[in-house]
Every structure is written in structure tokens, then in C-alpha cells.
Design a protein. Structure first.
Ligand code: NAD
Ligand code: FES
Length: 294
């Protein structure tokens, strides 16, 4: 069992929990995810790691309840325990694994949308701890939905935006990026994390501006094992699985319209059967360790 040390509501429908999971905290890196299973009857929930403390042995998760299993998680308080907390899974962010001297030369901008703000935090924090400056654009529909303002301002140059103008710049994160560039700011690496539609438009904008962009395809994950086929995504002309090969990919190579259409189809039994039929043996890819049933 994994003990919840802190449980906090961050905004109307967003919750944060700090979980005692020393073995995960010891080896995780920014960009990776964990799978939570609240109890034996709950579904597996893949969540990107939002912070970790190796000394305290803790992992911070941020989530939005949307189904029975996430509502079960919301109802747990500090002192309660979770049955399974598995990780770290997926590949760390390129910013952490690429040649450090090359990363140091990059002019990095993050675009975070809504709940997607939380998984941006460990990457920006890692850069800050390694002496690398970055700009962070955080967008939310309204002031009440902005999260991690204090944490983000401590690790980067923060640009806050709200769709309704109730706080910070009035407009979406991509509009803020265009404004910064029009004011003379230069960026050569962007990481966009948020709803699929936001990542799609972030990529359209950065393509136009000539800024290579990485996105996190966490939203299409289902079981997080490479086995269900939920996170199958075309990256250029290659079949990839977000949970095994990602979650982060070159956003300019992703066909977001196809990915969103597929994610919608995957929600129904009929859609899953059709995808399985159309995609044949590439429908799912195994765990990534043994090659599975590829
Ligand atoms: P939301 O719908 O409130 O959008 C958040 C912000 O994204 C908006 O305020 C805006 O700034 C930006 N945005 C939305 N549409 C845009 C567009 N067309 N162009 C430019 N910017 C746009 O999102 P929310 O309810 O806070 O978050 C829920 C979503 O976040 C879910 O879809 C979930 O899957 C996703 N999410 C993604 C990740 C990830 O790793 N990519 C992680 C956590 C959550
Ligand atoms: Fe099931 Fe990746 S989430 S295959």
C-alpha cells in the first residue's frame, strides 16, 4: 500500500496528492508517468509525475476526476492509502536525457494548458536546478483554474494567460507565444503540454514560427502497459505507443486530427473493435521490454 501524505484541491476540479513511494521517487525523471490503482476494483490511471522528492521518497500527482476510479482517488485523504502505485514508466523528457551542453544552448519555452501545467513543472524545475533559464507560458480558461503559479514563478520566467482575461494576458497560450516572438524574443525549443486541441494549435503556431516542439501524449493513454492499444499514435509514418515509446514526441510529426478521432473511437466497444480490425497486429505493441506480441 502507498500512503497519501498530502491531499489538496487546487481548483474547482483539479486535485493534488503527495504519495509516499520511495522506490519510484528514487529513480523517476521529469516526463515519466506512474500508474495508480486505488483498489482492486478500480481502473489503472496513468498520470504524469508532477514533482518528486528523492530524500522524502515522495511523488506528487495532479489529476482531474472524470470517472469512477479518479473520483475514488479524490475521496482519499491524507493518511489513506492507495493499493498500487507503479512507476516510473515511459521515457524521460529529452531535455533531461539529451547532451547537457546542447540543452544548455537551447532557448526553451514551455506552453502549459490547464491541468497540463502540472507535468510541465518537473521539467522547468529540473532546468532551473541545472542553471538553465526558460520561459513558461501557462494558460487557463479563467483565473480560478490557474494552477502552480507560485511554483512556476520560482523556476522560470512566467507568462500567465486566461482565455477570459480575468488574470494576466487575455488569450490562449499560443497567442502569448506569438506576442513574445513579435516583441523580439527568440526560442528554438518548445514543450507544449495540455489538452490535445491545445497541443495541436501550439504545434501549428510553432511550425509557423520555426520552433521545434515536443508534446506529451499522456491524454490518449489508457492502461499504460503497451497492451491495450489505446495510445497508438502515428508519429510521421511510424506507429508509436505513447506509454512505451513516449509520452513525449515531436509534435510537428503528429497528426492530431487523426489522434483525436482515434481517441474518440477508442471510447466505445464498437470503435475499439473497428480499430483492432483496421490496425491488425500493430493495434497494440506489448510492454516494450520483451517485444510483446509485435
Ligand atoms: P482546458 O480545456 O481548460 O484548456 C486549458 C487551456 O488550454 C486553455 O485555457 C487555453 O489556454 C489552452 N487551449 C485550449 N484550447 C486551445 C486552442 N484551441 N488553442 C490554443 N490554446 C488552447 O483544459 P483543462 O480542463 O484544464 O485540462 C484538461 C485536459 O488536459 C484534458 O483533455 C487532459 O487530457 C489534458 N491533459 C493533458 C496532459 C498531457 O500530458 N498532455 C496532462 C494533463 C492533462
Ligand atoms: Fe495501452 Fe499504451 S496505454 S497501449
Amino acid at each position: 500500500m502507498f500512503k497519501i501524505l498530502e491531499a489538496e484541491q487546487l481548483s474547482a476540479n483539479v486535485y493534488k496528492q503527495v504519495i509516499l513511494a520511495p522506490r519510484v521517487a528514487k529513480s523517476c525523471e521529469p516526463g515519466q508517468f506512474i500508474i495508480v490503482r486505488v483498489d482492486e476494483t478500480a481502473e489503472r490511471i496513468p498520470l504524469t509525475i508532477c514533482d518528486y522528492d528523492r530524500e522524502a521518497g515522495t511523488i506528487t500527482i495532479v489529476f482531474q476526476p472524470i470517472g469512477v476510479s479518479t473520483y475514488k482517488l479524490v475521496n482519499l485523504k491524507a493518511g489513506d492509502s492507495i493499493l498500487d502505485f507503479v512507476g516510473p514508466l515511459g521515457r524521460p523528457s529529452d531535455l533531461v536525457t539529451d547532451d547537457f551542453e546542447e540543452v544548455k544552448k537551447k532557448k526553451i519555452v514551455f506552453i502549459a494548458g490547464g491541468v497540463g501545467t502540472a507535468p510541465v513543472y518537473p521539467q522547468a524545475k529540473w532546468l532551473h536546478e541545472h542553471g538553465i533559464d526558460c520561459d513558461i507560458i501557462v494558460g487557463a480558461r479563467t483565473k480560478d483554474l490557474l494552477i502552480f503559479e507560485k511554483e512556476m514563478s520560482a523556476v522560470g520566467n512566467l507568462h500567465l494567460c486566461t482565455d477570459d482575461g480575468s488574470y494576466g494576458f487575455k488569450g490562449v497560450g499560443t497567442a502569448m507565444l506569438e506576442k513574445l516572438v513579435s516583441e523580439g524574443r527568440e526560442f528554438n525549443h518548445c514543450v507544449a503540454i495540455g489538452p490535445m486541441i491545445m497541443m495541436k494549435f501550439a504545434c501549428l503556431t510553432t511550425k509557423k514560427l520555426g520552433i521545434p516542439t515536443v508534446v506529451s501524449m499522456n491524454p490518449i493513454m489508457v492502461d499504460g502497459t503497451g497492451m491495450c492499444g489505446g495510445c497508438r499514435v502515428m508519429v510521421g509514418d511510424e506507429v508509436k505507443y505513447a506509454c512505451v515509446d513516449g509520452p513525449e514526441f515531436d509534435g510537428h510529426k503528429i497528426d492530431f486530427d487523426q489522434a483525436m478521432k482515434r481517441a474518440a473511437m477508442y471510447k466505445t466497444e464498437e470503435g475499439r473493435r473497428l480499430l483492432k480490425y483496421q490496425e491488425g497486429e500493430t493495434h497494440h505493441g506489448g510492454c516494450g521490454l520483451c517485444g510483446g506480441d509485435k
